[in-house]
Design a protein around this ligand. Structure first.
Ligand SMILES: Cc1cc2nc3c(=O)[nH]c(=O)nc-3n(C[C@H](O)[C@H](O)[C@H](O)COP(=O)(O)O)c2cc1C
Ligand SMILES: [Fe+2]
Ligand SMILES: [Fe+2]
Length: 397
């Protein structure tokens, strides 16, 4: 697959990683692969914005060579230190003797600590501008979106925003633009990406979007560094980010659980029955069958979450622990929660779950439902009631 012209003389020269199924080590599943997007702007001066993960350096350089001799590149902009966008920089810089490497001061320090290179670095900060000829590059620091070093590059002449990780999606496709792919798939991957990568920085997301609005930056195209380019409706993803960051979600309920001998599962199914009897959608996912990254995505869209586990050694089944830890790290806002589970003697699982909810800032709206051993018919009816009452709380919230 060759380069793709995004606008006249602005080329996508990135790489599609069709096979990657785990990102950030094994912390995030990428069922649909990903792309590393780099952009070449050819003008009186030529700039490369971002690069790709190191194994794809050759692919990117080939694409650049179809368009210009790399030795003509004047600027290599590093919006972000992380390896998926900077891995090929060392290779590129070998071919670009006159190029300055451009990024924030933290980016300079971070690249030095990753690659130990002695490069000609130009530090930029918010408001700085580099003229290329017909076009110019402006910079907007965006700390923690995704790392402290992150920044956005903006091309005013085209109202084109190159925000690196922000607004991205892990989606490998031969298509490059939002109007060319299935919208549902696209938004699903965008939501999963937000939930798993940007959720803890939601306050900064809102602030950054408001800053962009205040600066009056016109935006016609958003070209992130993963996935497709938003050219048809760039505001769709901006509005979705605002919604997710503010914790706006649908009145539906995510029920996550694990079980050893099936009692907690019986409870879970009856709880789901109670929720749906109120007309609310319930999503029932069992660990370890469901993937943690997918569960986190479902959590983003659901106002209510119910977690169930039977008790093992006074606590939860360990398959649930990584998810509970992630709740604490993500601190999802505006979520109502409750716990349930079967136990044999002293119990303890629901206490662990409720402690997690508290640490994560999730509001417990119902006392935990615990049942001894195998639930009988009456007890299952109590589970249905539990689900029904929880659904009412979700609607009220
Ligand atoms: C390995 C193991 C450890 C357990 N540890 C505890 C415990 O510490 N406290 C307790 O109340 N029940 C304990 N139980 C009992 C289970 O919680 C009980 O069998 C429960 O009904 C299982 O529900 P499930 O079928 O949903 O897994 C343990 C059971 C197993 C198999
Ligand atoms: Fe990143
Ligand atoms: Fe990234």
């Amino acid at each position: 697959m060759g380069s793709v012209e995004v606008l006249k003389n602005i080329f996508w020269v990135g790489a599609v990683d069709w096979n990657i199924r785990h990102f950030h080590g094994f912390t995030y599943s990428t069922h649909r692969g990903t792309t590393y997007n780099a952009y070449l702007i050819v003008d009186k001066k030529t700039a490369l914005v971002d690069s790709v993960y190191a194994p794809f350096a050759g692919e990117m350089i080939e694409k650049i060579m179809e368009i210009v001799d790399p030795s003509e590149i004047d600027y290599v902009v590093a919006n972000h230190v992380e390896t998926d966008h900077s891995g090929a920089i060392s290779e590129v810089l070998k071919l670009t003797p006159k190029a300055k490497l451009v990024g924030t001061a933290r980016c300079r320090d971070g690249l030095q600590k990753h690659y130990f290179g002695d490069w000609d670095f130009q530090v930029v900060k918010t408001g700085d501008r580099i003229d290329l000829g017909k076009r110019s590059l402006s910079f907007l620091e965006a700390p923690m979106l995704h790392w402290p070093d992150s920044m956005f590059t903006y091309i005013e002449e085209d109202a084109l925003l190159l925000p690196n990780d922000a607004f991205g999606q892990h989606l490998a496709t031969s298509k490059r633009f939002d109007d060319e792919v299935d919208e549902e798939v696209l938004m699903e991957e965008a939501a999963k990406y937000y939930a798993n990568i940007l959720w803890p920085f939601s306050k900064l997301v809102v602030k950054k979007i408001e800053e962009v609005q205040k600066l009056g930056l016109k935006i016609n195209i958003i070209a992130p560094s993963h996935g497709i380019i938003w050219r048809n409706n760039p505001m769709k993803i901006v509005e979705s980010y605002l919604k997710w960051a503010k914790g706006e979600s649908e009145a539906k309920v995510l029920v996550v659980y694990d079980t050893m001998w099936g009692s907690t599962e019986k409870m879970a199914r009856s709880i789901v029955e109670g929720i749906s009897s109120q007309g609310l959608e319930a999503i029932l996912l069992r660990l370890p069958f469901s993937d943690r990254g997918d569960i986190i995505k479902e959590l983003l869209g659901a106002r209510g979450v119910i977690v169930g586990s039977s008790t093992i050694n006074n606590s939860v089944i360990p398959t649930l622990s990584p998810l509970l830890e992630e709740f604490e790290g993500l601190k999802p806002v505006n979520k109502v929660a409750a716990a349930f589970g079967s136990y044999g003697w002293g119990g303890g699982a629901v206490k662990t779950i409720e402690e997690t909810f508290e640490k994560a800032g999730m509001k417990i709206v119902a006392p935990a439902l615990t049942l001894k051993w195998v639930p009988d018919r009456n007890e299952l009816q109590r589970c249905v009631e539990f689900g029904r009452e929880f659904a009412e709380k979700v609607v009220e919230t």
